[in-house]
Design a protein around this ligand. Structure first.
Ligand code: G1P
Length: 296
């Protein structure tokens, strides 16, 4: 079996404005909005660390200091909690990022699109294959996390991949949409990718979710990509060109995705994650019983 270079670096584009959550996101980055008691960005970082990533690269804007603060150790708060005898709480903020993992920040000066955000990480990534995670897409898996599943497939094939799932045909214009072709091993290789096509023009209903393993060559392609859908530099357009020289897989992950960029998805995630907390579950279920009458 061939050894492929490990996926050590993960890029987190976090410079977006989060307008769908205004006014909450006027001063709080949308990635810092909590699902139960953990900010969205922490779920995504934990997923990357589980997949073996040891360098976290945040592509951020000047306004996103809260994200930096969140991942910085806070010895003062830790000793305060310890002095109060609350070691349980102290543990929750200790080593949010494990010691072997480092964080880097790069500023995206202008909001020119996802492709541009990823390109901003060029010098920090170099030419090795790397991951991109969009924290808006929260993925709850029973076994390995979505990125770990993709990394395992990368080690088996040497090919990068995009996380995909079926989306309602009427909603293709919200996603990158791929068409695929199976190889002899039953793996789905991407034939075509289009950013936010109308339902009539969509090549399928397989939507890209915010998980990518991409080769370092993508940066050179991003450099020459023109503004696309919405006047933005689209990652999808560079990926489309990448397909000419390197195959990429469509990874239909095991797990449930919540679109936490929408209020509906965010609230559903909050409910489902709350039900997983033992100390909340019974109260929540009892509360749902009281809501049943609302239907009538
Ligand atoms: C971005 C990508 C799109 C992808 C989506 C997943 O779109 O451009 O291809 O399907 O993330 O969440 P955005 O949601 O930022 O408009």
């Amino acid at each position: 079996m061939t050894d492929f270079p490990p996926i050590r670096k993960a890029v987190f584009p976090v410079a977006g404005l989060g307008t769908r959550f205004l006014p909450a996101t006027k001063s709080i980055p949308k990635e810092m909005l909590p699902i139960v008691d953990k900010p969205l960005i922490q779920y995504a970082v934990e997923e990357a660390v589980e997949a073996g990533v040891d360098t976290i690269i945040f592509v951020t804007s000047h306004k996103k200091g809260a994200i930096l603060d969140h991942f910085d150790p806070d010895a003062e708060l830790e000793s305060l909690l310890l002095a109060k005898g609350n070691d349980e709480l102290r543990k929750r903020i200790h080593n949010i990022i494990p010691d072997h993992v480092s964080t880097r920040y790069v500023i995206q000066e202008k909001a020119l699109g996802l492709g541009h955000a990823v390109w901003c990480a060029k010098n920090l990534v170099g030419d090795e294959p790397f991951a991109v995670l969009l924290a808006d897409d929260l993925i709850r898996s029973k076994g390995s996390g979505c990125l770990k599943q993709m990394v395992d497939e990368y080690h088996a094939t040497g090919a990068g991949s995009l996380g995909v799932e079926e989306v309602p045909s009427s909603m293709t214009d919200r996603y990158g949409i791929v068409s695929v072709e199976k190889d002899a091993t039953e793996r789905n290789y991407i034939r075509q990718i289009v950013e936010k096509p109308s339902p009539e023009n969509a090549p399928s209903n397989l939507g890209v979710v915010g998980r990518y393993i991409l080769p370092g060559e993508i940066f050179a392609l991003l450099e020459s990509v023109q503004a696309g859908v919405g006047g933005e530099i689209q990652l999808t357009d560079a990926i489309s060109r990448q397909l000419d020289s390197k195959p990429l897989l469509a990874h239909a992950f095991e797990g449930e995705r919540y679109d936490c960029g929408s209020r509906h998805g965010f609230i559903r995630a909050t409910v489902d994650y709350a039900l997983e907390h033992e100390d909340l579950r019974d109260d929540m279920l009892a509360y749902f019983d009281t809501l049943r009458d609302l239907r009538n």
